[in-house]
Design a protein around this ligand. Structure first.
Ligand SMILES: Nc1ncnc2c1ncn2[C@@H]1O[C@H](COP(=O)(O)OP(=O)(O)O)[C@@H](O)[C@H]1O
Ligand SMILES: *[C@@H]1O[C@H](CO)[C@@H](O)[C@H](O)[C@H]1NC(C)=O
Ligand SMILES: *[C@@H]1O[C@H](CO)[C@@H](O)[C@H](O)[C@H]1NC(C)=O
Ligand SMILES: *[C@@H]1O[C@H](CO)[C@@H](O)[C@H](O)[C@H]1NC(C)=O
Ligand SMILES: *[C@@H]1O[C@H](CO)[C@@H](O)[C@H](O)[C@H]1NC(C)=O
Ligand SMILES: *[C@@H]1O[C@H](CO)[C@@H](O)[C@H](O)[C@H]1NC(C)=O
Ligand SMILES: *[C@@H]1O[C@H](CO)[C@@H](O)[C@H](O)[C@H]1NC(C)=O
Ligand SMILES: *[C@@H]1O[C@H](CO)[C@@H](O)[C@H](O)[C@H]1NC(C)=O
Ligand SMILES: *[C@@H]1O[C@H](CO)[C@@H](O)[C@H](O)[C@H]1NC(C)=O
Length: 675
């Protein structure tokens, strides 16, 4: 007896548990990764957890059902329970304006809806079963095609279907604002995810359907409301899921998340946890064609235009002037690009100095890594350029240990670039005047003097042509790594002779180094070079500039006066103290005066100069009186005083022709006065 009671209690208890489980039935899928769904037709679960009901295949259907039956009521004749469901879907069609047929959420007595058709039947019914009371099907359709046979209202509506496709209730897709109740249209095939809520109140026999974009909360005013008791329609055990069909247009129907609850409100979906829709769908392709392609084309055009303009600018930046005749000078011609790279874009940090002809930059040739000095000479006229380049190139063949090697040139519009070997110790003038940080001792100076003399002799007599330097001076003597004096800038003065009006004698040279007859006639000769060399000798021996504007001293004059006074050695550089060889000093000073003779014929040749310096031939025994008797009149004090000395100060030591053209006649009277 008691045993029976216990058994009955147990049975009742377990029944109660089963009933409560059924009453509480619920699930929530935020994406369908590793979800057990019953799929058929085109339906598939994508790797990122999307339920893809249809893919790009025409006129097919698909189903996705929760695999187990769900109890909607206790027995055949009892009332159906309340239930609610919500899901997020997206319809991505091939074209923006037309698509496949749509999606339906369905409650059906079977899982696969056998015999149902695709297209307008949405995979729910077929022609014969449509509308038959024996179907026991309740569905919410998201219909994207207008089917007149089912009395559709439009091609973008939501409907409640009971046993057939002619909706019990339907409305254009949209939602009522929760704030002001305003209706907003929605486009089902927009490709944007949207959420649907379906709620059945078993007591009130009320079925509500609401839809909203994914980022809008559920409105309290449903889009569709149907007062109907679902009890006769729903069997006690039903399957729930989705049905979808395509038509003549490729369409992808997606469900992103789904939650269901019997006897209560379905758990809200966490939108942020839903899987992402694929980026490249048919819709995206059309977007790509309408927006992406023009943008891509535009940017390609922009890239092309900017790279062409860059190329043009680059070309212009590195443009050179190259004429046919120059092809003969192949190895001597440099690429502007290489020089640009070598000097790091001619930046100021690489500037070695600027002289009369232009700025000089230090550089390293990109391939050979040879150190170079690049002189940028601006040149307005092309006239005479051919002649000059020919000369430059022939000069480039000059090789002597006391000449700065000219490696080649490069020609651009209005500009000539001369490329020399780099002389690490710079120009000699830096070691002579104005309290030099490093002074050269006498033996170094004497060696430089002899070197420059032999270099000048090579130019005058030992090469196949007579080359006149035209600008011998301390600042044009560069010191190489072994402190050998090397003459630079040779022949460059010719550039200013060429292409200028022969009527206006343009004299190039540096004041104080310029022979009087050169200033007068404008003609440079080997004798005018010797004159300048004389000034150079005095300069190196005395450590003074040829013209000392601040002290009103003309060096030749001053040395000569020391000699007249009986002690020529007084003219020696005080920085040397007594650290010099008196015979050599005397030789250099006297030779300097001889070379500075205002009468060209009285000056020695460079060959004689070298012989004197080498000691092979003794200097003729000249006295200052005999020199002046033979016409060695160096200066004209009156003239000097009359002339505003500041003008010299301004133009010295510039070798600019303009400065000189202005003052040459004065200089003539200054330096060759007395005639
Ligand atoms: N080949 C070279 N190597 C090193 N320095 C150089 C070279 N050529 C010129 N320089 C430097 O550039 C300066 C200007 O040179 P330059 O134009 O020849 O002067 P200027 O016309 O007064 O004689 C020089 O004082 C020297 O310091
Ligand atoms: C969902 O169902 C489970 C049993 O499957 C139950 O334990 C749980 O309480 C239910 N959740 C809700 C919110 O009803
Ligand atoms: C899915 O559910 C069905 C029906 O309950 C069951 O037969 C099948 O084994 C399940 N599959 C998985 C992988 O859980
Ligand atoms: C669509 O899905 C079906 C079934 O999964 C498959 O056979 C077909 O290749 C798919 N088509 C495309 C275009 O993905
Ligand atoms: C259900 O109700 C109908 C009448 O509404 C009745 O004919 C039928 O016998 C009932 N069935 C059961 C199982 O109660
Ligand atoms: C659904 O219920 C009806 C009676 O209400 C019955 O005739 C029908 O066979 C049931 N369908 C299924 C699939 O169980
Ligand atoms: C229509 O569907 C029903 C089931 O709903 C099926 O029994 C029937 O054979 C189908 N008819 C056709 C013509 O496919
Ligand atoms: C509805 O379907 C049932 C069984 O499939 C069939 O016997 C009946 O004739 C159909 N009714 C109509 C109106 O087509
Ligand atoms: C919404 O769409 C319907 C028909 O598609 C149209 O008549 C109505 O003006 C639209 N409403 C708004 C606010 O765009």
């Amino acid at each position: 007896m008691s045993f029976r009671i216990v058994l009955m209690v147990r049975v009742l208890f377990s029944l109660a548990i089963a009933a409560s489980q059924e009453l509480n039935f619920n699930f929530t899928y935020s994406g369908f990764r590793s979800t057990n769904l019953s799929l058929d037709g085109l339906a598939e679960l994508t790797s990122n957890g999307l339920l893809r009901l249809t893919n790009e295949t025409k006129q097919r259907k698909s189903h996705a059902f929760y695999p187990n039956p769900v109890t909607f009521k206790n027995s055949i004749n009892s009332t159906a329970f309340s239930f609610s469901t919500t899901f997020v879907f997206a319809i991505i069609p091939e074209y923006a304006t037309v698509s496949g047929h749509g999606i339906a959420f369905v409650i059906a007595p079977t899982r696969g809806l056998p015999g149902a058709l695709a297209n307008q039947y949405l995979g729910l019914f077929n022609k014969t079963s449509n509308g038959n009371q024996t179907n026991h099907v309740v569905a919410v359709e998201l219909d994207t095609i207008y089917s007149s046979e089912f009395n559709d209202i439009d091609d973008n509506h939501v409907g409640i279907d009971i046993n057939g496709l002619e909706s019990e209730r339907s409305a254009s897709a949209g939602y009522y604002s929760q704030l002001n109740g305003m209706f907003t249209n929605l486009t089902l095939i927009s490709g944007h995810p949207m959420q649907v809520w379906m709620e059945y109140d078993g007591k009130e026999k009320q079925l509500d359907v609401t839809i909203a974009p994914i980022d809008v909360d559920k409105s309290s005013r449903p889009l569709l409301a149907l007062s109907r008791d679902l009890s006769p329609i729903l069997n006690s055990s039903m399957y729930i899921g989705f049905s979808s069909s395509t038509g003549s247009v490729f369409t992808s129907h997606y469900v992103l998340g789904w939650s269901f609850k019997m006897n209560g409100l379905a758990e809200a979906l966490d939108i942020s946890r839903l899987p992402k829709l694929p980026r490249v769908g048919p819709k995206k392709t059309s977007k790509f064609l309408t927006i992406g392609l023009p943008v891509l084309c535009l940017s390609l055009v922009l890239v092309a235009v900017s790279s062409i303009s860059y190329a043009i600018r680059r070309r212009r930046k590195f443009a050179e002037v190259l004429e046919d005749w120059e092809l003969d000078y192949g190895p001597h011609r440099f690429n502007f690009r290489d020089l640009y790279i070598a000097t790091k874009g001619f930046r100021d940090e690489e500037l070695l100095g600027s002289g009369g002809f232009g700025r000089v930059y230090k550089g390293v040739l990109p391939t050979s890594k040879i150190q170079i000095a690049v002189k940028r000479v601006s040149h307005e006229s092309r006239q005479g350029m051919r002649e000059f380049v020919a000369e430059i190139v022939s000069i480039g063949r000059l090789r002597h240990r006391n000449l700065v090697p000219l490696l080649g040139y490069c020609r651009r519009k209005g500009e000539l670039l001369l490329v020399y070997d780099y002389m690490p110790n710079g120009s000699l003038d830096k070691y002579l005047y104005d309290q030099p940080t490093v002074a050269l001792n006498w033996s170094q100076r004497f060696r430089v003097i002899k070197g420059v003399a032999s270099g000048l002799l090579y130019l005058h007599e030992e090469w196949e042509q007579v080359v006149i330097h035209r600008d011998v001076k301390a600042s044009n003597v560069l010191l190489d790594g072994e402190l050998n004096g090397r003459l630079g800038d040779f022949g460059l003065a010719r550039l200013y002779d060429h292409g200028t009006d022969p009527q206006t004698t343009h004299v190039v040279g540096t004041l104080g180094y310029l022979a009087p007859e050169h200033a007068r006639t404008g003609k440079a000769t080997t004798s005018t070079d010797v004159f300048a060399f004389g000034a150079f000798l005095l300069e190196v021996a005395s450590g003074r500039r040829p013209i000392q504007p601040t002290e009103d001293i003309i060096l030749v004059d001053w040395v000569f006066s020391r000699w007249l006074g009986g002690e020529i050695l007084e003219a020696g550089d005080p920085n040397l103290g007594t650290e010099y060889i008196a015979e050599e000093m005397e030789l250099v000073l006297k030779l300097g005066l001889m070379c500075s003779h205002s009468e060209p014929a009285a000056r020695p040749s460079m060959r004689q100069v070298v012989q004197f310096l080498e000691g092979n031939v003794p200097l003729p025994d000249i006295s200052p009186l005999c020199l002046s008797a033979s016409g060695l009149t160096f200066s004209h004090r009156e003239g000097f005083d009359e002339f505003a000395i500041d003008d010299f100060a301004n133009s010295y030591p510039s070798s600019m022709d303009t400065a000189f053209a202005r003052s040459s006649s004065v200089t003539e009277s200054l330096l060759s006065g007395g005639r």
